[in-house]
Ligand binder design. Structure first.
Ligand code: SAM
Length: 191
């Protein structure tokens, strides 16, 4: 009897996974916006370390509460650690993938200074952020730059993992090793 239930649950999980994969494939074909957007790959390695340590410096120095935004936050790889260490600052993650959003939500469930939203980043106003951290993908970077320009109301500093934002003026390029296409951190300041 136990064997039957194990088999039944395995079947249900496999069928659900197949439906999910096929829905994603069909959406890739039908939805250009979805096709342009990066998949879930968490930040890792030197680039992640550099971004976190640079944001830490800014947060430590600030005499007022700052807002750090991660558009496309995945499971929160860039902001969760910072949010735990800096309860006096605010952290916002925006993620449209339900699974990654769910993980980020669980990881930040006890944190009063963190908000994780499940929506398209292009429908979210970036204007209140003081610091933006991101790890996106080339086809999206120009549109991302336009979004920053459109929403911006106050000085902001942006750290982009591995991908340049072509329509913003680069203020610093931090060179790291090379791992496939993932390398360097690009820093932008908009005033
Ligand atoms: C490469 S991952 C980076 C995750 C996280 N920022 C990090 O550095 O670990 C990019 C994430 O952006 C999300 N994403 C892509 N396009 C998005 C959009 N238009 N709105 C919200 N999230 C999006 C993906 O689902 C994915 O989880």
């Amino acid at each position: 009897m136990l064997g039957f239930y194990v088999l039944l649950i395995t079947d249900v999980v496999c069928i659900a996974a197949l439906i999910w994969i096929w829905a994603a494939i069909i959406r890739l074909f039908l939805d250009k916006h979805y096709r342009e957007c990066p998949p879930y790959v968490p930040s890792f390695g030197m680039e992640k370390k550099i971004i976190i340590s640079r944001v830490k410096e800014i947060l430590k120095k600030s005499t007022r509460s700052l807002t750090v935004l991660d558009p496309g936050c995945g499971s929160g790889s860039l902001i969760v650690k910072l949010a735990k260490e800096f309860p006096e600052h605010k952290f916002i993650g925006v993620e449209w993938g339900k699974m990654a959003y769910g993980i980020a939500k669980i990881r930040t469930s006890g944190l009063k200074n963190t908000e994780i939203l499940c929506c398209d980043m292009f429908n979210y106003d970036f204007g209140n952020a003081d610091v933006i951290v991101c790890f996106l993908m080339d086809p999206l970077m120009e549109k991302f730059g336009e979004k920053v320009k459109k929403d911006h109301k106050k000085p902001q500093i942006i750290f982009s993992n591995s991908f340049k934002i072509p329509n913003l003026k680069l203020s610093e390029e931090i060179t790291t090793g090379r791992f496939l296409m993932f390398k360097n951190v690009y820093v932008y300041r908009v005033d």
